[in-house]
Design a protein around this ligand. Sequence first.
Ligand SMILES: [Zn+2]
Length: 169
Amino acid sequence: MSEMSVEARDWLHAADDDVLACRGAGRHGFDKLRRNRPMTNTHTMPVLGSRNGVVMIVQTCPDCRMVERTMVTAPRGSIDLPAKWRYRVDPRYRSPKGSGVTGRMALAETVRRMDEDGTIAKMSAAASARQPTGAGDGGDDMGSPRAASQAQGGTPVSGVVPGVTFKTP
Ligand SMILES: [Zn+2]
């Protein structure tokens, strides 16, 4: 963090939560295209003067709502490979040129805010409430093959993984 530029620090502190979320994740939450599914953040627009099912597919990121991408289909709805999405980005999504803002910095700022406003504390309390045995002393046992096997009513797994034996309690 010591190498963070002043521009980066200022931009991160002023950035919208939703912008940081997308930058921190390294991707936008565009709809995946699937037939017969309602897609609230995807629509099509007719392409002026075109026929035969040529449309422009328009998608907006539901998370930051600052990035839109479009693609024009070929006749009869096919995609003219290697067609690419064209992106339109709200200037507020962009950090200043040369400021060196990275996705990790955005993620770090998000976590810092979550800590500051008590979001992390709330999440931890909720997790503890779900685990009566208490977190950190074997409460995460459901992730082990033995626990999974017992949860399904099976017998304890032994020797499934070469060199690893799961002891019964
Ligand atoms: Zn986004």
